[in-house]
Design a binder for this molecule. Structure first.
Ligand code: HEC
Length: 275
């Protein structure tokens, strides 16, 4: 039982840390995908729709909009994953950082060397594995729409207003790409594996125990009980007991032979005393 408990604990810890590493690499792939959609939008879509954008503002040409919309479509198949481009002062109010997201962004702003923050967050729906990556303004192009309202396209102002999403500066970390996934999914999987492990180990232990008991009884307990019975009878002066010899090369076999030799020597000694 102790062995089972110990191996279950070790298994759980190893499996949980493996599961987290796996989630981490899945999130890294999703992030690369989100960045690829962003780049595709700004390099391929935006130039193509530059003319129409002058007449009517098209959010579809905005990298952040396309990355988050593409991810929303991805969630149709994988609803467990969540993605948000959260900002302290966002253009679209739905991107406004919630208090816990704000804490992560401030942490990233405080230490610009930080490439990511990993956190296991408790929510009413259970624990979520969360990774935040900094969103930094790295090109002057971004400031066309995010520095001051007078520089931004009029069509954009009329759609989003002139209050939010401005005042961003070059190299500033203005928000974070935040991915999360519930730990319960992997925990359920680990639990299933643990049940199989405990089941098979219990079965093996049980078979071993039965086998050991049978062998112990045959090879040790029965012969020793037999010899002890004879010894007791002989010590009481009863010489009618026949000799017991176990034909085996192990310790119990050699004990039975020595025992018989001792009994014969004792008989001889007694006879010599009597004569
Ligand atoms: C043509 C104007 C324009 C340009 C250029 C632009 N953005 Fe935006 N950005 C927007 C608009 C409009 C939104 C809101 C989109 C939405 O509705 O989701 C936005 C949203 C964002 C968001 C999500 C948070 C928020 O404000 O809602 C981030 C992050 C962001 N932009 C970063 C950048 C970066 C980085 C660049 C430069 C690579 C850039 N933007 C270039 C107009 C622009």
């Amino acid at each position: 039982m102790l062995g089972l408990i110990a191996s279950s604990i070790i298994f759980w810890q190893v499996a949980e840390s493996n599961a987290r590493e796996q989630l981490h690499s899945q999130i890294a792939v999703l992030r690369a995908q989100a960045l690829a959609v962003r780049r595709y939008t700004s390099e391929e879509i935006k130039p193509l729709l530059a003319e129409q954008s002058g007449v009517q503002f098209l959010p579809q040409t905005i990298p952040s909009f396309s990355a988050q919309t593409a991810f929303a479509n991805f969630r149709d198949r994988f609803p467990n994953f969540a993605y948000k481009e959260a900002a302290l002062n966002p253009t679209n109010p739905s991107d406004k950082a919630t208090p816990w997201e704000e804490k992560l962004i401030k942490q990233l702003r405080g230490d610009t060397g930080l490439k990511e923050i990993v956190e296991v967050r408790s929510t009413p729906q259970g624990e979520r594995y969360t990774v935040a990556f900094p969103l930094q303004i790295k090109s002057e192009g971004c400031l066309a729409c995010h520095s001051t309202p007078d520089k931004a396209p009029k069509s954009m102002i009329s759609l989003y207003g002139d209050k939010n999403g401005f005042g961003w500066k070059m190299n500033e970390i203005i928000g974070a790409q935040i991915f999360s996934v519930p730990l319960s999914v992997t925990r359920d999987q680990i639990w299933d594996n643990l049940v199989v492990l405990i089941g098979s180990m219990s079965a093996i232990f049980l078979v071993l125990m039965v086998l050991l008991n049978v062998l112990l009884s045959r090879l040790v307990i029965t012969p020793v009980t037999q010899m002890s019975k004879i010894a007791e009878a002989v010590s009481m002066g009863d010489n009618s007991q026949s000799e017991y010899t176990l034909e085996s090369a192990d310790e119990i076999g050699s004990l039975s032979k020595s025992f018989n030799r001792m009994r014969r020597s004792l008989d001889n000694a007694m006879k010599m005393l009597e004569s």
